[in-house]
Design a protein around this ligand. Structure first.
Ligand code: HEM
Length: 463
């Protein structure tokens, strides 16, 4: 009897293993996965997630974390997927547990929605931003003030003395992202949802993050409510909330829940990203005086010493453009790209991919490892300037992809690029940035979701 039982158990285990490895064989090859945990034990969550195997499997491979995720580490393959076959990869992977933690409404807003609702929310948001003059002079004046997103969305600015709400938001959001990115329990709970119902384990895996996100949601909900109190349907809209509300008439996709989710998305995606990039810019330029001097010379020659930089100046400033590309490439702030999903069976580099596969296009890996960037850890804006000194090198600009690429790339790219250009040129126009006397600049990137520099002081000299 016991021999039969042992044989039965052994047969079941063998069958389960056979099924598991037959399942994994449906995906492009990658590091050998174990049942249940896949490759979770091999990846360094919270730091550099999936690119660990990039040297072994050139260009792309599957990591099971434990859900099968395609890691793409080569620019041409990211382009093949997101541009040449863009429509196949345009969806987000709406995993129920992550949705529970992150989203205010199901399939709402811009960042995490899919299908027709995503198309309509993104189209509406970009159209409102364009109406407010993104890329035109109106926006330039506003951008010179730090909390631009707050003003665009809700129509008011924080003052330096009274910005606790904003600072709390940013800190709490950072904390949440870091917690999500470094948790080993969360990916397990995503694949095995029963974990959420296990006392204590469920709290650490899922509910602690959901609690933090609810507080962040509340901040935005309060702001939307406050802004709506001043809404006048007859008046020209002066902020995003009013403009969106005006467009609700006759458009079934536009409702209160999507408005709040879109504000949450723009608020959370638009703060820390740009300011962290600017912090890096200051450090790179403090550490590289010849480059800083060359940038300042170009600013003084093109704009002068007194006039504020305007977006129209950018086209005449090759070195500033090169500097901005190099800052974004070397700062490389997003240690993870936002995940996508194949929404129908497709192919990449001759490998078949099933519908519903999670896709991670590793823009972070490309910007620090693509062989087109010689000495990739050096700050060399000159690398972007063509041999005749008259234009930018298209091959390098194309591979500099901090905003990702394709139809689902960053919806705030236009705004962020204006912010970065104006803030950087206005600062260097008037100040020389120097290390503190006797100290070296520390350019180590912190292993956080948004990879900022370590806090350090700099010297500013008026020029
Ligand atoms: C230096 C600054 C920024 C960087 C490096 C950055 C980077 C990114 C990246 C890599 C994505 C994912 C794209 C993809 O899935 O392929 C993204 C998405 C997004 N970003 Fe940004 N971003 C920045 C600033 C901003 C700003 C200022 C805003 C808003 C005002 C913003 C709003 C968004 C939104 C709404 C999405 C979701 C787009 C969609 O799913 O359709 N970002 N961003």
């Amino acid at each position: 009897m016991s021999i039969v039982l042992v044989a039965l158990v052994a047969a079941s285990i063998l069958y389960a293993l056979w099924k598991f490895y037959r399942f994994t064989a449906n995906y492009p090859p990658g590091p050998f996965p174990l049942p249940f945990v896949g490759n979770l034990h091999q990846v360094d969550l919270g730091s550099r997630q999936f690119c660990r195997f990039a040297n072994k499997f050139k260009g792309l491979y599957t990591v099971f974390v434990p859900i099968p995720t395609l890691e793409i580490t080569d620019y041409s393959l990211i382009k093949e997927a997101f541009i040449d076959h863009g429509e196949d990869y345009v969806e987000r992977n709406q995993l129920p547990i992550l949705d529970d933690i992150l989203t205010y409404c199901k399939n709402g807003g811009v960042i995490n929605s899919s299908g027709d609702n995503w198309r309509e929310q993104r189209r509406t948001a970009l159209s409102i931003l364009r109406d407010f003059g993104m890329g035109r002079n109106v926006m330039e004046e506003k951008i010179m003030i730090a909390n631009i997103i707050n003003e665009v969305l809700f129509g008011y600015l924080y003052t330096l003395e009274d910005c606790d709400g904003l600072v709390n938001f940013v800190e709490e959001f950072d904390d949440l992202l870091q917690g999500l990115a470094s948790s080993y329990l969360l990916p397990l709970a995503i694949s095995f949802p029963f974990i959420r119902r296990v006392p204590l384990l469920g709290y650490y895996a899922v509910d602690q993050h959901a609690d933090k996100m609810r507080k962040i949601h509340q901040y935005v909900i309060d702001n939307v409510d406050r802004t709506l109190k001043a809404y006048d349907p007859e008046a020209e809209p002066r902020n995003f909330v009013h403009a969106y509300t005006q467009r609700m008439n006759g458009n079934a996709f536009l409702d209160q829940a999507n408005l709040i989710q879109t504000c949450i998305d723009f608020f959370s995606a638009g703060q820390e990203t740009t300011s962290t990039t600017l912090r890096w810019a200051m450090l790179f330029l403090a550490d590289n005086q010849p480059q800083q001097n060359r940038l300042r010379e170009e600013i003084h020659q093109t704009i002068g010493r007194d006039k504020l930089p305007a977006l129209a100046d950018k086209n005449n400033m090759l070195y500033a453009q090169a500097t901005l590309h190099e800052v974004q490439r070397l700062a490389n702030i997003l240690r993870y790209n936002v995940f996508r999903k194949t929404h129908k069976p497709t192919e990449i580099a001759g490998h078949k991919l099933p519908a519903g596969m999670t896709i991670h296009a590793d823009i972070h890996y490309v910007m620090w490892n693509d062989p087109h960037f010689v000495d990739p850890k050096e700050f060399l804006p000159e690398r972007y300037i063509s041999a005749d000194g008259k234009s930018l090198r298209k091959d390098l600009v194309d591979r500099t992809i901090p905003f990702s690429i394709g139809r689902r790339s960053c919806a705030g790219e236009g705004l962020a690029r204006i912010e970065l250009f104006l803030a950087l040129t206005a600062t260097i126009q008037h100040y020389r940035i120097l290390p503190m006397p006797g100290r070296k600049i520390d350019l180590t990137q912190q292993a956080l979701f948004i990879g900022g520099p370590k806090d350090q002081e700099l010297t500013l000299e008026r020029v």
